[in-house]
Design a protein around this ligand. Structure first.
Ligand code: ZN
Ligand code: ZN
Length: 345
């Protein structure tokens, strides 16, 4: 998959690229390190992996992206945590997006460890087989969403220019889901399925200390993204996942990006509110008359000339809101089965 806005936010913001940081490890608790792994996306400069001591080695949660030098970066961070790739006893990925799973094949090979990940990873693993076809499908979707032709052309060119950040595909040795357990020296982390951001998303919860490894399901700085087109209602699934996470009573959230944070319940509530606001905004646009997904997206983000990464992100997000509103009986497709025009019911 080409790097694109549709996983973690616009790659470009219009500002000069900041200097890339080097990977490093921050100790969060005795036996638990945050591995800050650099990303090539200026708006999202790093992703967090987590190293948790387990017997004679570590459990690694999430890998960082695959790009030249990235395995050395991960090894450098692990070294600061007192380990190395060879000490990884188990790799768990919170979801199959390239920044969390990109180096899974390389890590599993270097460490000789198993990969555990949710089985609904086809949203990434299946599309890696044919990048041309994947790009063509994305361009078709953008065009069907009513995006003006000059922006479609820019989007397609951006997709061609972008180097795919998805590394080698490796399938999980074990497909994990709710109730599975990951044993560490800090305690047992229980797996909870949290689809919405991605169909393959899981969080890991350690009840005694109240730790939640949340991937991209819950972030300190709320940022909403849903994979579109793989499940019936990503927004509905995300809201249900938030209910599940809220019920866990976690006290320290170790998120996929940014610093750990403590007020987990407030973040769950804040994220739910943000979804509600953005759903409301799309519904508001439809109140004004029938609209294409692009017109709704432009209304949502406040610009009719988004750059390609922002366009991909906003259109995908909007399509997920329209789908959710449709399922709630609040919107319908005014062109029958197509996604081209929508109206309020
Ligand atoms: Zn993600
Ligand atoms: Zn991410």
């Amino acid at each position: 998959m080409a790097p694109q806005a549709d996983d973690h936010g616009p790659r470009r913001t219009g500002f000069p690229r900041r200097r890339r940081e080097l990977a490093r490890a921050d100790r969060v608790l005795p036996g638990l390190w945050r591995l800050r792994l650099p990303l090539p996306w200026s708006a999202v400069p790093h992703v967090n992996g987590w190293a948790i001591t387990a017997g004679s080695g570590v459990v690694l949660v999430d890998t960082g992206i695959a790009e030249p030098g990235s395995l050395e970066q991960l090894d450098r961070a692990l070294e600061q945590a007192g380990a190395g790739l060879e000490h990884v006893r188990l790799l768990v990925c919170t979801h199959a997006h390239p920044d969390h799973y990109g180096q899974a094949a390389a890590v599993a090979r270097a460490a000789g460890c198993e990969l555990w990940m949710h089985g609904a990873h086809g949203h990434v693993t299946a599309r890696s087989a044919d990048p041309e076809e994947t790009l063509a499908a994305r361009v078709d979707l953008v065009r069907a969403g009513g995006v003006p032709e000059h922006l479609v052309a820019a989007y397609e060119q951006d997709g061609r220019d972008a180097r795919s950040p998805l590394g080698e595909i490796v399938l999980p040795d074990r497909e994990i889901g709710t109730g599975d357990r990951v044993e560490t020296d800090l305690g047992t982390f229980e797996v909870h399925e949290t689809p919405g951001h991605a169909p393959s998303h899981v969080v890991l919860h350690e009840a005694e200390r109240g730790l939640l490894i949340s991937g991209d399901h819950l972030l300190g700085r709320i940022s909403l993204y849903y994979d579109y087109g793989h499940t019936p209602d990503p927004v509905g699934e995300f809201l249900e996942s938030l209910d599940r996470t809220g019920a866990l009573d976690a006290r320290l959230c170790l998120a996929g990006h940014g610093r750990p944070f403590r007020d987990v319940r407030a973040h769950v509530d804040g994220t739910r509110s943000r979804v509600g606001e953005r759903l409301g905004r799309v519904a508001e646009r439809l109140e004004q008359g029938a609209a294409s997904p692009f017109e709704c997206a432009a209304f949502l983000i406040g610009t009719e000339e988004p750059d390609p990464p922002l366009l991909g992100w906003a259109l995908t997000e909007t399509l997920c809101y329209l789908t959710h509103l449709e399922r709630e009986g609040k919107a319908r497709r005014s062109d029958g089965e197509g996604i081209g025009r929508w109206e309020r019911t």
